[in-house]
Design a protein. Structure first.
Length: 329
């Protein structure tokens, strides 16, 4: 049974820090498309303790795979959009804020296949899509590592809350493989390390693909050795043909549930997840579509982009279409 708790890795901003961050974030937002190196002075001016917290977290040694930052400024927030890409905030201060956070962890990136390469994603319910298992839905979203099908999966993702749901019940759920691993049997661990699993493309990558969704694999679900354990898993899309391997996937889901932490985010709360250590999800909530629905903003960060990938990018920070790099890794 999961419990609502706070991550042991938590940082709460003081008033002066929040003011300073908003100044830097506003400047970064005005430099849309700037490379990480062009933001170096702004990154160095970030409050030292917060900068240290994020850089330490980026080293990959966190047992829980999540850090929570509270008290971030979010500025003036318009009505929650009702459609995909509606009322994009553009050069809003939170765009700059997420850019700086992602660039402290690695490099802010987007995917050409997903949302046309958008670097900041709007996470809110869309009428008619309440039952979709993606960020436009409102149903429970079970544990998954982000873009599990992709060879260049994000190393980190950030979720910044602009607006809470009406009832204040929607929880961001995070579970670490480093906490769940002891709950698995030796045989389950052995099976999950075998390259016998496949992962279908998420719907956000396959909206315009005719026919059945393609899948990546075969791949293992677990890799690395204690304490440096890592995971590649989506409870909705990762499958196996062998019954014993399928049973191991079910056991993993149950173990993650046992160690899950839940965060009911308030405006100004930022959850940063190590995408190789922790799976994340969302509990269900009821959208009202009245302009006051839950609204998060999401970013991805990658520690290192291969040189050949950089040369193939359609524009700065956007990874090329998967069809162009399939089979390279």
């Amino acid at each position: 049974m999961s419990v609502r708790t706070q991550a042991s890795g938590e940082y709460r901003l003081r008033g002066a820090e929040a003011t300073r961050i908003w100044e830097l974030a506003t400047k970064a937002a005005g430099l849309e498309g700037a490379a990480t190196v062009d933001l170096a002075n702004l990154l160095l001016d970030m409050p030292a303790e917060l900068r240290r917290t994020l850089i330490d977290f980026s080293g990959g040694a966190s047992p829980q795979g999540v850090v929570l930052v509270r008290g971030l400024p979010v500025g003036d927030v318009p009505a929650t959009p009702r459609e995909h890409g509606g009322q994009r905030l553009g050069p809003h201060g939170t765009t700059g804020l997420l850019t700086l956070v992602a660039d402290l962890l690695g490099t802010l990136i987007g995917y050409e296949d997903e949302k046309s390469g958008a670097l900041i994603h709007e996470v809110h319910p869309v009428p008619g899509e309440e039952q979709r298992i993606e960020n436009s839905g409102a149903v429970a979203f079970d544990f998954h590592t982000e873009n599990v099908h992709h060879p260049l999966r994000p190393d980190f993702l950030g979720l910044l809350c602009l607006r809470q749901d009406h009832e204040g019940v929607a929880a961001t759920r995070v579970a670490s493989i480093r906490h769940a691993y002891p709950l698995l049997t030796s045989r389950q661990r052995e099976l999950l390390r075998m390259p016998v699993f496949s992962s279908a493309y998420p719907t956000s990558f396959s909206r315009n693909i005719a026919g059945p969704r393609p899948a990546s694999g075969p791949h293992p679900v677990l890799f690395g050795e204690e304490p440096d354990l890592f995971m590649r898993f989506n409870s909705h899309t990762t499958t196996a043909v062998d019954p014993e391997a399928r049973a191991a996937l079910k056991a993993l889901s149950e173990a993650l549930e046992e160690v899950c932490q839940e965060f009911v985010l308030a405006p100004g709360d930022l959850v940063v997840v190590d995408n190789h250590i922790a799976a994340h999800g969302r509990s269900a909530f009821t959208p009202h579509f009245d302009g006051r629905d839950r609204w998060l903003r999401r970013c991805y960060s990658l520690r290192a982009i291969p040189r050949w990938t950089e040369r193939m990018m359609p524009r700065p920070r956007v990874l090329p279409e998967l069809a162009q790099i399939s089979g390279v890794f």
